[in-house]
Design a protein around this ligand. Sequence first.
Ligand code: ANZ
Ligand code: ZN
Length: 847
Amino acid sequence: MNTNSATNYQHSIIEKKWQDYWTNKELFKADESLNKPKYYILEMFPYPSGRIHMGHLRNYALGDVAARFKRAEGYNVLHPMGWDAFGLPAENAAIQNKIHPATWTLQNIQAMKDQLKPLGFSYDWDREIATCFPNYYKHEQELFIDLYNAGLAYQKESTVNWDPVDCTVLANEQVIDGKGWRSGAHVERKYLKQWFFKITAFKDELLEDLKKLIHWPENVRIMQNNWIGKSNGAKILFSISGTDETIEVFTTRPDTIYGAAFIAIAYNHPVVKMINPSSQLNSFLEDCKKSSLAEENIEKNEKKGFNTGLYVLHPLDRNVLLPIYIANFVLMDYATGAIFGCPAHDKRDFEFAKKYSLPIKQVVKAIDNRQHNIELEPYLGDGVLINSEFLNNLTTKEAKEVIIKQLEVMKIGKEQINYRLKDWGVSRQRYWGCPIPIIHCPKCSIVPVPKDQLPVILPEDITFDQQGNPLDYHPTWKYVKCPNCFSDSIRETDTFDTFVESSWYFARFCSPNAAEPIDKEKCAYWLPVDQYIGGIEHAVMHLLYARFFTKALARFNYFNIVEPFNALLTQGMINHETYKDTNGNWLYPDEVKKYKSKFYQISTGAEISVGRIEKMSKSKKNVIDASNIISTYGADTIRLFLLSDSPPDRDLEWSDDGIDAAYRFILRLYNIVNEISVTQENKNQNINNDLSIEKLMHRTIYSVTDDLKQFHFNKAIARIRELTNTLSNRDISYKIKKQTIITILQLFNPIIPHITEECWQMLGFTKSLAESAWPSYNAKFLTDDTITIAVQLNGKIKTTVDICLDSSQSIVEDKVRNLANIKNIINNKVIKKIIFVPNKIINIVYE
Ligand code: ANZ
Ligand code: ZN
């Protein structure tokens, strides 16, 4: 579209002018010296991939509205920005393009900053952090040593998800459908020595404190709750027939013990060693090893078992022998790595029993005695016990208590609470990460690097010409003397999972240059973060790890908060239509032209097919280039578009028409102000509508203020636009018109900051909007609304009555009882009840 209109709204000049103004006056610099209430607003900092995408812009636009609004409201606002700068893509780029990961990362940071700056986000750039710099990761190493000394970080051998393409360990959360989240390679299981953070030491607090997070979305709290996965149950010991060995199982359904048909153990359970070796056994174990550890895959995969030939004795009936299977759905690192299978009451066990012809014995029936065909489907609900000796006729709940007591008496079982949450494995066999500050000494074993020798700096002279971790095959870096005994020792060559950096950056923003990792005083002022904004994809990992760090660091008195993020907003996706050419290749939106509701490929003229509206993604090419849009339309137009159409937590559909509409609106606003600023007051104007417009203006201030507080930005915009529309009404005085436009500019400023500043200046103000207070409303304009409601007697409308909006039942009742024509009728009747629908009807029912 042609953006050069006659009004000469030149967004590039205006926007640059105001950005320079704000920067020169340092209006967004945060400090602690002010005697104002604080407001810390944070958007999840980006990974420096090199390109800002629309999702970033939506995220930062949301945060910027809040930051500017709170400043105007009189808060001391902290609104920082930084870079989550370690991670795999930098290494992949290094391998593919022969560029050093540091160079690649720093170039990307610069490129993204250049793309961000024209958007006019009100960041305090003095606090910028890039986590790949030693002045950041030095402090992370120090925090790690604190955690290590407190027993909250440790090394142990464990099975890991191994990505054979990226040659690294993946967290369970990074395995999707059995494949590495970045490489897409089939993930394998491997046994490795790994560093862990003891997040499980805080499991109860992490669970309990979710209840305090009332300003977090419910779904995020549920996901964390499930992730921690607390289950109440029992441990039961089964003796292996003909031996002195036992198998301990964990069960949440000890009440179903009489329905046990088999025992299943993990492929790496110690009992596997007791089985006679065979090639079938070996190939089964190999199979298990290859399948991933992620739980969702275990649910999906076909359930397979290997009959070991061993048996256990049923703990309550020594005449019953249960076969022991190795099963691919039993995990060694969940609970005890062994289960008893109860096919009648568990889906997986049912599938398993059908496959291996094991008995299916029902031991629980529905409370209402509803018949259930146990051969067709397991019964999963609670109920009453049957076929279970001394447990018969007890409810599920009672039976659980009774059986646990019995097992305790027999000393073969006890009550047990189990958690799904595991300790957080943070070792990565990669170069571009924070070095784990540990030295392995042959005499002293594990020795943390003394704090005064930090940081352990990543060597710059590395190559990527071999498989594996460049730190491992670097010629000198890992060879050091032990700080204790000076023996020849080896440095730890694993680096941290990048989620470690993002677990505490919010605290570093409070004092990004402090000599210590965390400045207690500054944190005491700024933390917790008042509002955090980011994607739902971080519901579990990042948000849980940051909560853990907060709780762990509070133990060292780094700060006195229990939760890092007071309120959380998870923004929706940005979606766009997808396009495919006649050969089925994806096309970018700017390769496509729409004509009379059909779509054509510009280069060939061929008609093409339009696919689903999906989340913008590079792979499907349904992306809009942020830089192009900014240079064509300017920051304000994009901001207005991104904030107008949908509530922040919902998906937003990109539309060119929407962008055009936003642009036209800004142009109109600019024209209105242009006109007003040159018009002289006209004394003869008809001012019939002044009162109603003044009323609407105050109501708009009131409602928009409330909308912004609640992040209902789309509603706020709709209201301000409605108020703007009244200005085309001719029957208002110059005075009210000017007052209204002043209000509009103030209310709109957090959303479209540049054009509002420009218009503000055109109206003759010398102090910028960024330095001005939020408008206030006069309450007298809010309360005088009346509404007409129906008055019914025994359900029939008799009359109507005017009441104040939102009046309570008692007020309306009083008024209605005193209406002459109603009073006469109901005078000596017995009133049975009064039905009242606020703002609609009142119905008096009598005998
Ligand atoms: C017997 C039983 C009978 C079970 C029944 C369920 C239903 P949550 O709630 O997830 O904790 N289980 C225990 N350890 C396991 C492991 N390492 N790998 C795979 N499955 C395991 O579920 C606990 C239930 O999951 C346990 O209760 C056990 O099966 C299984 F009618 O024991 B149940
Ligand atoms: Zn030593």
